[in-house]
Design a protein around this ligand. Structure first.
Ligand SMILES: NC(=O)c1ccc[n+]([C@@H]2O[C@H](COP(=O)([O-])OP(=O)(O)OC[C@H]3O[C@@H](n4cnc5c(N)ncnc54)[C@H](OP(=O)(O)O)[C@@H]3O)[C@@H](O)[C@H]2O)c1
Length: 322
């Protein structure tokens, strides 16, 4: 099969097409003929050598999510059959013609979504459901702040939280991106390049924060959280070593937490997939949550697709298709 591989760590041009053996499957794995694969920021970190693949995942082929057709089932597969159209969460390996993955990480494609639309879902939906709704325990009527509202994670978080009855405030790097997010259901935006989110939100307060920035955002996040508030970290691009005022955490009874999805065990992902099928797939089927595709590229143009992702001017997902 053909796959896009990281030939060495570096810029987008290190991504090249290579012939590799088609994966062998066994047990509860399905073999998927990949029709579309979603790009994520983590693919860039991996390509640069800053985000090693966890044990058992492809270090050579990037790609955390895909959509395609099941072409073969292992002897223990119960929920899927050959011909099923699925999307899947991966720990790597998605930029390929075929991928073998355990069935618990697959979901049927919801509604009448195309393969490209379905491939845009797994990584962000699994991350948002796990961190905002499970770890952060966001409830209807509460206020959620998402840093990086225009990110792939952000546009998913905005839509699900809005559909489930929360007020959603986001930080973004331009007014144009802010407007795009308002159209997706955000109630208001703060342009982090011209405004200070702590100043803007200190009177209003927020209940849950999804943060991928870290660094000096920590103290500000702590200051604007309401009593019993929850701060959930999914990255720390501005730095992970920070000063924390424990006294403020205690007096406001805050929860400071975070997680990484990619390295989690299979049983966790399988259970999360079930929760998503129950809670999020109906929002897609009823039109309350829509996929946002910015641009698609053929797999052979993965380097070009990475350049666009790094440029950062987009709102929505970038997808490789065949
Ligand atoms: N822990 C996990 O399990 C997990 C899973 C998936 C993703 N992630 C992380 O989540 C993040 C988003 O991933 P993605 O693929 O959706 O990324 P992405 O689409 O590339 O977006 C990155 C975002 O960061 C925003 N940003 C940069 N500096 C900022 C600042 N100072 N304040 C507020 N926002 C800022 C950018 O906002 P503007 O474009 O508006 O400037 C952009 O929207 C990444 O850091 C990724 O590693 C973590």
């Amino acid at each position: 099969m053909k796959a896009i591989v990281i030939t060495e760590y570096g810029g987008p041009d290190v991504l090249k097409v290579k012939d590799l053996p088609t994966p062998e499957i066994s047990g509860d794995e399905v073999l998927i003929e990949v029709k579309a694969a979603g790009l994520n920021r983590s693919d860039v970190f991996q390509r640069e050598g800053n985000y090693p693949a966890p044990k058992g995942a492809s270090a050579e082929i990037p790609g955390l999510e895909l959509a395609g057709t099941v072409v073969k089932c292992g002897p223990d597969v119960k929920d899927f059959t050959v011909g099923d159209k699925v999307c899947a969460l991966l720990a790597g390996g998605g930029y390929a013609e075929y991928v073998g993955v355990r069935e618990g990480q697959c979901l049927p494609i919801p509604g009448d979504l195309s393969f490209a639309e379905a491939a845009s879902l797994p990584e962000t939906v699994f991350t948002v459901w796990s961190n905002v709704f499970e770890r952060g325990n966001l409830k209807s009527g509460e206020t959620l702040l998402i840093h990086g509202g225009n990110s792939g994670i952000g546009i998913t978080g905005i839509q699900i939280a809005h559909a489930l009855g929360s007020k959603v405030i986001i930080t973004v790097g331009s007014d144009e991106k802010g407007q795009n997010c308002l159209e997706l259901g955000a109630d208001s935006y703060i342009n982090y390049k011209t405004q200070d989110f702590e100043t803007e939100l200190q009177d209003e307060g927020v209940d849950v924060i999804l943060d991928m920035i870290g660094g000096d955002y920590l103290a500000k996040n702590i200051n604007i959280l309401n009593p019993e508030g929850r701060l959930v970290h999914i990255n720390a691009v501005s730095g992970s070593r920070v000063d924390l005022d424990i006294w403020k955490v205690m007096t406001k009874r805050l929860t400071v937490t975070g997680s990484t999805l990619r390295s989690r065990e299979y049983e966790f992902k399988k259970q999360l997939a079930k929760e998503i099928q129950k809670n999020v797939w109906p929002l897609i089927e009823s039109g309350k949550f829509r996929t946002v595709i910015y641009k698609t590229f053929p797999f052979s143009e993965a380097a070009e697709a990475h350049r666009l992702l790094e440029d950062g001017s987009h709102t929505g997902k970038i997808i490789l298709v065949r």
